[in-house]
Design a binder for this molecule. Structure first.
Ligand code: PLP
Length: 387
């Protein structure tokens, strides 16, 4: 069997939970969605959680809830999935990129600070900065938050990879240092809902905006009505929203999977440690986990170190393919996608992310990865390096 880099796990409890919804009277807009939201908030320590039908929807709604408009600028990293940048463009705003750090593969905060200093001089400060918790390692939100105070931008943490991670035991999603944090429940991520995402916040007015944006801008709250009509059939549309709702079918799967979150993340950490132990003698570069940070290890990423050529990464990919193992690349830099090139971005703009994007190799990692499978992966690398 082909060994993929990620594999979701659905057990009998998950199946039963979904079937129960299928046999119920509410496939959507029932009580499973609020139960899922409350369960996620309880685990991560956030005040409000708004489930949506993808993290992409949640990122778009998050940008709108923070007032992003044409003429505004959003900064994110190139080492991410395209949605982290697209959410800005969906609002008619501009997007720009901050290079990554060569050790954490997350946003380089020295670069961020330098770029803020220049932007302040030309009056082109970002309205929103979107750090991404790459591979499950939280970006240094605390330091980003200090810069947020100084330069007056908002922070949306793209935590699509990182439910179950923490910084000094402050859980990702607590929104301690972000205005909004977004999770993804795509099956390749840590918790699967089929498709799904969630926007978390501690701010009641942001939560209210997110709720409206998620469902056509419609309210059924009498207190929010412009026309005070107290009739059962009445509702008001107060702004332009979308149908970004999660169904109860999806929420039931997410809720059932959530009960295994801590086991799932512990297992990922255990397997990651084995990789690190076995591979540390090879000429590879590893993602460095700073003191006090805990990664959820959505991905385990290595790259040939600087003593090797970029072509080594391609040769290693071929070896994996020959061994029926799917290695993946996270990420080919967003700013070099054809669509973003048309906006004017070119090679050389974010050199660290570009080297990473030409050399990184994502090894198979998921909770049910067994000993033999992991040995097979390690073996391909040992043989490549003649060990
Ligand atoms: C997967 C992913 C998204 C989008 O998630 P969806 O739920 O598929 O919309 C956004 N950002 C990052 C970093 C991702 O990995």
């Amino acid at each position: 069997m082909y060994l993929n880099y990620g594999r979701h796990e659905v057990n009998d409890d998950d199946v039963d939970a979904v079937v129960a919804v299928l046999r119920s009277s509410a496939l959507t807009q029932g009580n499973c969605v609020p139960l899922f939201e409350i369960a996620v908030c309880d685990i991560v320590g956030a005040k409000h959680g708004l489930a949506m039908n993808s993290a992409t929807a949640a990122l778009h709604a998050a940008c709108l809830a923070l007032g992003l408009r044409p003429g505004d600028i959003v900064w994110t990293v190139p080492n991410t999935f395209v949605a982290s940048a697209n959410c800005a463009l969906m609002c008619g705003a501009d997007v720009d990129f901050v290079d990554i750090d060569d050790h954490t593969f997350n946003m380089c905060l020295d670069q961020l600070e330098d770029k803020l200093i220049s932007a302040a001089k030309t009056n082109r400060l970002p309205k929103i900065v979107i750090p991404v918790d790459f591979a499950g390692l939280p970006a240094d939100l605390k330091r980003i938050s200090d810069l947020r105070e100084r330069y007056g931008f908002k922070v949306i943490e793209d935590a699509s990879h990182s439910i179950g991670s923490s910084i000094f035991s402050m859980k990702t999603g607590s929104c301690e240092w972000s205005d909004i944090t977004v999770f993804s429940f795509h099956p390749v991520k840590i918790i699967a809902a089929g498709e799904g995402g969630m926007a978390l916040t501690n701010c009641p007015s942001i939560a209210k905006s997110l709720r409206l944006l998620r469902s056509h801008g419609i309210t059924k709250e009498f207190n929010d009505y412009e026309v005070k009509l107290s009739r059962d059939w009445y509702y008001e549309q107060v702004l332009l929203g979308y149908n970004y709702r999660m169904s109860d079918i999806h929420a039931s799967l997410g809720l059932s999977q959530l009960s295994r979150l801590s086991k799932n993340v512990s297992e990922r950490n255990r397997l990651a440690e084995i990789y690190t132990d076995k591979l540390s003698s090879l000429p590879l570069k590893f993602q460095q986990i700073p003191e006090g940070f805990r990664s959820s290890y959505h991905l385990y990423v290595v790259a040939p170190n600087d003593t090797l050529q970029i072509s080594d990464a391609e040769k290693i990919f071929d070896r994996f393919r020959d061994a029926q193992i799917q290695a993946a690349r996270h990420y080919y830099p967003v700013h070099l996608q054809p669509f973003f090139r048309r906006l004017g971005f070119r090679e050389g703009y974010c050199p660290v992310a570009e080297r990473h994007g030409n050399t990184s190799i994502t090894l198979p990692l998921f909770p049910t990865l067994n000993h033999n499978e992991q040995e097979k992966v390690v073996d391909v690398l040992y043989r490549y390096f003649g060990k």
